[in-house]
Design a protein around this ligand. Structure first.
Ligand SMILES: NC(=O)C1=CN([C@@H]2O[C@H](COP(=O)(O)OP(=O)(O)OC[C@H]3O[C@@H](n4cnc5c(N)ncnc54)[C@H](O)[C@@H]3O)[C@@H](O)[C@H]2O)C=CC1
Ligand SMILES: O=C(O)CCC(=O)C(=O)O
Length: 446
């Protein structure tokens, strides 16, 4: 196999291998543009074909999940675990239950996760898994039976030193409880084979809040680097799930005005900015009514816009926290026109290629999820450490560990992404993570 020294050759090579996997191609192209020049300058990386090898998941496990619904009918779903890379620790990454889940989506998420996990500095490799099952509209019993059936197969492939799943879209505390319960029954083992557990049975303080809080800690560092602060800034947040709500809450606590939340049905705009009380109420009640944002709007009398995204608002900062490719080129141009200066991803790859290009060309600070949303998996790493030592750290200790890890990731991005008059956070994150993975790959031989 000839060494690939330029981006076009790399794109041709990977496209011919996975022509249908558009999300996976998108994620690999994004990292390739920054790391191919790094490989070209390093004889070892070239000799050991480090980047191409990193673009192949080490293992993909596919299984079917058959289960009985409340009408005693059999339903069959698809299940996967993509164990992307175990170079620096046990495979680690969330599980997503959503009808849009397929192999391409999970491969992109697992690939990104390997780079993100490397940035945390913790000993965790990268993985992602999930199913095309949709828990929305299902009874508790149906969700329980599905989780049990899913775990009956997944349990063969995970363990505290092998692969440690956690939550992601539609996999929260309830699903983690059912998944963990089944794992424990089959294996007769307590322990860190799953993170995001409730605090009563091996969970860690701050794991639930960590992705959103970590994003705001990173934002504070970005703003400080730019000579400003979060106080009084107008922020558009998308999504209304775990990441979006904890992001909105922490940003509000830090003095910002969060003027939007959204879901796949529309956006709730609130010019005055949500209060801490509003946000805590949504956190406590989400998942109960069909559309929690409509219920919130009854209380606050904001403006609900069906089928709209938040990106038409005049804001200083945009924090996309819902899902991949939710912010596209035309949204980016509108945000820039309306004065937005900072974009930090809370979700994984929410900004498509055209949006990222628009931000970079206009020198808008753009931080990719692998850096800015790494707080969640970092806290999961700390949950694993607590489980391994039967220790339970305090809320304060975990919160300050989170701040320290986010500050360290920020520093790595600045070091590798400093372009004189501009910090290219995307490039910095890609290169810093790549060096850690590449050095481990070279050291471990072929
Ligand atoms: N939970 C975690 O610790 C981490 C999550 N992430 C990423 O953050 C994002 C959100 O995840 P969670 O908050 O955990 O999930 P969640 O299931 O709690 O919330 C997802 C939210 O996104 C909304 N949403 C889904 N599709 C949408 C669309 N097409 N348009 C607008 N809104 C849509 C849903 O209505 C829901 O409010 C995902 O990209 C996930 O991969 C990243 C790092 C860690
Ligand atoms: O906590 C974890 O292991 C997974 C978090 C996650 O899925 C992510 O960072 O995207």
């Amino acid at each position: 196999m000839a060494y690939t020294s330029n981006l076009d050759e790399f794109k041709a090579w990977i496209t011919q291998r996975y022509p249908e996997q558009k999300e996976y191609l998108q994620a690999t192209f994004d990292i390739a543009k920054d790391v191919i020049p790094v490989c070209n300058a390093n004889e070892k990386y070239k000799q050991w074909e480090v980047f191409k090898r990193l673009c192949e998941p080490e293992r993909i496990i596919y299984f079917s999940v058959s289960w009985l619904n409340d009408n005693h009918e059999i339903e069959i779903n698809k299940g996967w675990r993509v164990q992307h890379n175990g170079l620096i620790g046990p495979y680690k990454g969330g599980l997503r239950f959503h009808p849009t889940v397929n192999e391409s989506v999970l491969k992109f998420l697992a690939f990104e996760q390997s780079f993100k996990n490397a940035l945390t500095g913790l000993p965790i490799g990268g993985a992602k898994g999930g199913s095309d099952f949709n828990p929305k509209g299902r009874s508790d019993y149906e969700v329980m039976r599905f989780c049990q059936a899913f775990m009956q197969e997944l349990q063969r492939h995970i363990g505290p030193y092998t692969d440690v799943p956690a939550g992601d879209i539609n996999v929260g505390s309830r699903e983690i409880g059912y998944l963990y319960g089944e794992y424990r029954k089959i294996n007769n083992r307590f322990g860190g084979a799953i993170t995001g557990k409730d605090i009563e049975f091996g969970g860690s303080y701050v794991r639930t809040e960590a992705t959103g809080f970590g994003l705001v800690y990173f934002l504070d560092d970005v703003l400080k680097q730019a000579g400003t602060s979060i106080e009084g800034k107008r922020i558009a947040v998308s999504g209304a799930g775990n990441v979006a709500l904890h992001t909105a809450l922490k940003a509000t606590q830090h003095g910002a005005k969060v003027i939007s939340l959204s879901n796949s049905r529309g956006t709730l705009f609130y010019e005055k900015g949500f209060s801490e009380e509003d946000l805590k109420w949504v956190i406590d009640h989400k998942g109960k009514p069909d559309n929690i944002l409509l219920s919130l709007n009854k209380k606050i009398k904001g403006a609900w816009e069906a089928n709209a995204t938040p990106w038409s608002a005049e804001v200083d900062i945009a924090l996309p926290c819902a899902t991949q490719n939710e912010l596209i080129g035309k949204d980016a141009k509108l945000l820039i026109k309306n004065g937005c200066k900072f974009v930090l991803e809370g979700a994984n790859m929410p900004c498509n290629e055209a949006a990222q290009k628009a931000f970079t060309e206009s020198k808008i600070v753009f931080v990719p999820g692998k850096a800015s949303n790494a707080g969640g998996v970092a806290l999961s790493g700390l949950e694993m450490a607590q489980n391994a030592t039967f220790h339970k750290a305090t809320y304060e200790a975990m919160n300050s560990a989170l701040q320290e890890i986010m500050a360290n990731i920020h520093q790595q991005c600045v070091k590798e992404g400093d372009e004189g008059d501009f910090i290219n956070y995307a490039k910095g994150a890609n290169i810093a993570a790549f060096r850690r993975l590449a050095d481990a790959m070279v050291a471990q031989g072929i």
